[in-house]
Design a protein around this ligand. Structure first.
Ligand SMILES: [Zn+2]
Length: 82
């Protein structure tokens, strides 16, 4: 069984996608999450909030300064719409 279709998962602590290298959640990851949680948007937002907190802590530690300010857009705003 080939594994050419790698899942778009975050690589900690950089929070880049393991599959495509984009900032996670990349577009394919967002689509996959929306599919996975299509019946329960609230659960998706809770899950993303948890990941955003984790990413914020790890990224700010890496950067040696405050949180990246686009984290809310990156993790939550796209999931709220629709
Ligand atoms: Zn990706």
């Amino acid at each position: 069984m080939s594994r050419t279709a790698r899942p778009h998962r975050p690589m900690r602590p950089l929070w880049r996608c393991r599959a495509c290298g984009a900032e996670w959640p990349c577009q394919p990851a967002r689509l996959a999450l929306l599919m996975e949680y299509r019946a329960d948007r609230t659960a998706l937002l809770v899950y993303l909030s948890t990941l955003m907190a984790e990413a914020g802590a790890q990224l700010s530690q890496l950067n040696g300064h405050a949180l990246p300010e686009n984290l809310t857009d990156r993790f939550l705003t796209w999931a709220r719409a629709g």
